[in-house]
Design a protein around this ligand. Structure first.
Ligand SMILES: NC(=O)c1ccc[n+]([C@@H]2O[C@H](COP(=O)([O-])OP(=O)(O)OC[C@H]3O[C@@H](n4cnc5c(N)ncnc54)[C@H](OP(=O)(O)O)[C@@H]3O)[C@@H](O)[C@H]2O)c1
Length: 310
């Protein structure tokens, strides 16, 4: 099969389209013909060697997949050949999603929501699970609460605002001016241009902050939380100095590392079916154009998600 491999750490040019053996599913797994594989910021830092969670190259990047079940190993009862599935298998170990086929544990996948394309479903998995596990499983946000979502035009943020809205929260979002209209359309009640506006002057007494930026943004977020409010960070989960600072201010701290989770995928699918959640795919690239897709990823400031189509 065709896959994108890399033999060394580095810039986007280390990515190459090559022929590799098709994976063989083992007990608990299904073989999926990949129709779409979404990109995430973690792909870029693994590729470059800044966050070497897959060890030394060679390896195949990618976690977010959507595709069609081709083969089911005896013992797997959740799916049949022909089922359309999506998920984020194995994260943070290798899933090898930048490829024509992926073998994955059946319980780390869910049926693709019928109203989504494969591109949209792939875009939903990792970022959607991150938002769900942060805002629902961890923060248990509910009606009557105010939630501040940073980077609301990005991969995690644009899904987080929709989830927060679906749970009945009042949603405050930060985004650059060019993304404000989209963020409002997706359900934000208030949009703060983080480039021109001091957070402390714009918002106060928030119940939950979802921080996907970190640094000064995380520190500034402590001051806008109500007493006992919760800072959920997906970028500084190991920052014990930040955690201490949050707690000594009388606020709560939670650091999140997203995990494969079919229940979470199914919850996201339900919101999609109800018309309350829709991923935004801003650009799609052929698998062979993974270098171009990674140049785009490295440039940053992405709206929604980037997707590869084998
Ligand atoms: N812990 C976990 O399990 C986990 C899971 C998923 C992602 N993450 C991490 O979370 C981060 C975000 O991921 P993502 O997929 O959402 O990234 P993304 O799609 O690249 O989105 C980042 C967004 O941030 C905005 N932005 C940049 N600086 C900002 C600031 N100071 N304030 C507000 N918005 C700002 C950018 O848009 P504009 O500047 O144009 O507005 C962009 O839309 C990454 O570092 C990623 O690795 C962690």
């Amino acid at each position: 099969m065709k896959a994108i491999t890399q033999d060394s750490f580095g810039g986007p040019d280390v990515l190459h389209l090559t022929d590799v053996p098709e994976p063989t599913p083992i007990a608990t797994e299904v073989l999926v013909r990949v129709r779409a594989a979404a990109l995430n910021p973690v792909d870029a830092v693994v590729r470059s060697g800044r966050f070497p969670i897959l060890g030394q190259p060679p390896f195949i990047l990618g976690w977010d997949v959507s595709g069609v079940v081709e083969q089911v190993v005896p013992g797997v009862t959740r799916f049949q050949p022909g089922d359309e599935v999506f998920g984020m298998p194995f994260f943070p170990r290798a899933a090898n999603a930048y490829a024509e086929y992926v073998a994955a544990p059946s319980r780390q996948l869910a049926l693709k929501p019928p109203s989504l394309s494969h591109e949209e479903a792939a875009a939903l998995a990792l970022a959607g699970l991150t938002a769900w596990q942060s805002l629902v499983d961890t923060a248990n946000i509910h009606k009557g609460q105010t939630v501040l979502v940073h980077a609301a035009g990005g991969g995690v943020g644009h899904l987080a605002i929709q989830i927060a809205k679906a749970r009945g929260a009042h949603v405050v979002a930060t985004a650059s001016a060019g993304k404000a209209d989209l963020v409002r359309e997706l359900g934000a009640d208030e949009v703060i241009d983080y480039r021109t506006t001091d957070l402390a002057r714009a918002v106060d007494r928030v119940d939950v902050v979802l921080d996907s930026i970190g640094g000064e943004t995380g520190i500034a977020s402590i001051g806008v939380l109500r007493p006992d409010g919760l800072l959920v960070t997906i970028v500084e989960r190991t920052n014990s100095a930040l955690a201490d600072r949050v707690r000594s201010a009388g606020r709560r701290f939670a650091g999140i590392a997203v995990e494969p989770d079919h229940a979470g995928l199914e919850a996201l699918s339900t919101l999609v079916d109800e018309g309350r959640l829709r991923p935004v795919v801003s650009e799609t690239f052929a698998l062979a154009d993974a270098v171009l897709a990674h140049r785009r990823l490295d440039a940053g400031g992405i709206t929604g998600k980037l997707v590869l189509t084998p």
